[in-house]
Design a protein around this ligand. Structure first.
Ligand SMILES: Nc1ncnc2c1ncn2[C@@H]1O[C@H](COP(=O)(O)OP(=O)(O)OP(=O)(O)O)[C@@H](O)[C@H]1O
Ligand code: SF4
Ligand SMILES: [Mg+2]
Length: 389
């Protein structure tokens, strides 16, 4: 109610009450992103013109909450639907043409999927910003860095040309860019990879958005620069109360930065837990357990194979993520899961709450069942025998 009053009074979501007990700042409900695919240019029974339609279910019923000042991580292997989820939140997919986007995306109570495009343009970049997955191609080589950071301020009418330039320099300063006045006059090719990423983050936060989506912000950066960029995002979250949705493959970064984690597999959230559960290895879904086991750990000693002193062989999850256009029936992880049985093939397990803040989509996972790959922690050794890798 207070939120509605605030909105009708023309206040931005930064002014509205989104405190404890209120709905999350961003609430994604039953989000579905289905891409329509043309299979075979010469499809049709008689080899005629009409192509057959196929559907890639890239995101298939995702729920996700994100609150002010909170960092939530979205993890999963390549092709699981992380970027499609982020692009759907910003309505950057070609909805109505090749993409069918359904569900609800509530930003401080407003459903973004039902906003007219003009209103959505005001949300994009102003209320929710995104740092895209490919820093090398996200900056336009023919404009200066300062012009590109100022662009969003100008587009949203938040400043005139001179004011936008000043605010762009301040945004570059806020992200720790050395000599921000000079950097604002530089072209992208004059910047290192880490500086380019800082410039993109400056462009994303210049308008003081409430939500920042960072899609693999450290990909293609060297390790020391990666940790600087993650520290920067963490500082911006703390200082500005930003709600940060961090999409990453880096489970170490998740443990350091996020409070909660959503694990995606084949378009679905299969586990939701506290980041501390991930850090301690206390995860329930065989997929999450497999991800943790496949993670390289610096200085790890011969734990589970290999035999070389001071080394640990990485234990990859066998197989690969199914194509979004050909999902298996029942549990989508079944072809790769050591616990899979007839029950799993018959039904698609729903995400069920197993403890406060913890949910898992698996017919067999429970705190007593232990680890699907090692058998450790299982309270029923007989039923686990033979399932360990
Ligand atoms: N425009 C599109 N048309 C058809 N299918 C698409 C399209 N964009 C994405 N997909 C499919 O949707 C699925 C999810 O893709 P998405 O890019 O969201 O994965 P991701 O989790 O971000 O992977 P990565 O970690 O590699 O970035 C994949 O199977 C992908 O092939
Ligand atoms: S439902 Fe079955 S196949 Fe799927 S993750 Fe759980 S045990 Fe494995
Ligand atoms: Mg992606």
């Amino acid at each position: 109610m207070e939120r509605e009053q605030a909105q009708s009074a023309g206040l931005s979501i930064r002014d509205a009450d989104v405190g404890p007990g209120a709905e999350p700042l961003l609430a994604v409900r039953d989000l579905r992103v289905y891409f329509r695919l043309a299979i075979g240019a010469r499809g049709g029974r008689s080899g005629g013109a009409a192509p057959e339609a196929g559907v890639a279910r890239a995101v298939d019923g995702v729920d996700l909450d994100l609150d002010r000042g909170e960092c939530v991580a979205l993890v999963g292997e390549s092709g699981c639907g992380k970027t499609a989820t982020a692009l759907a939140i910003l309505r950057l997919l070609p909805a109505g043409r090749s993409a069918d986007v359904r569900g609800r995306i509530l930003l401080a109570g407003r459903d973004l999927l039902s906003l007219p495009e003009g209103a959505m343009r005001r949300v994009r970049g102003r209320e929710i910003s995104m740092v895209f997955q490919e820093p090398q191609s996200a900056l336009n080589p023919v404009f200066t860095v300062g012009e590109q950071v100022a662009e969003s301020l100008l587009a949203h009418g938040m400043a005139g040309r001179a004011g936008a330039r000043h605010l762009a320099v301040e945004a570059l300063r806020a992200v720790g860019m050395p000599d921000p006045e000079r950097m604002a006059e530089s072209y992208p090719h004059e910047l290192s990879g880490g500086m380019k990423q800082r410039a993109l983050i400056a462009a994303a936060i210049a308008t003081s958005p409430a939500v920042l989506i960072a899609d693999e912000p450290t990909t293609a950066l060297d390790v020391t620069v990666q940790s600087q960029i993650l520290d920067l995002l963490d500082r911006l979250r703390r200082e500005r109360g930003l709600a940060l949705l961090l999409i990453t493959h880096d489970l170490g970064a998740v443990a350091d930065m996020a409070s909660r984690v959503y694990v995606m597999y084949a378009g679905k959230v299969v586990e939701r837990c506290h980041a501390s559960d991930l850090a301690s290895g206390n995860v329930l879904h065989p997929y999450t357990q497999g991800l943790l086991r496949a993670r390289p750990v610096l200085g790890a000693t011969a734990g589970n194979a290999g035999g070389d002193r001071g080394r640990r062989r990485l234990a990859a999850i066998p197989g690969s993520v199914p194509s979004a256009a050909a999902m298996p029936a029942g549990c989508r992880f079944a072809p790769r899961c050591p616990w899979a049985d007839r029950v799993c093939a018959g039904e698609e397990p729903p995400l069920r709450e197993v403890a406060p803040g913890r949910a898992v989509a698996c017919c067999h996972a429970s705190p007593d069942r232990g680890n699907a790959w090692t058998g450790q922690g299982c309270q029923d050794a007989a039923s686990c025998a033979g399932t360990g890798a």
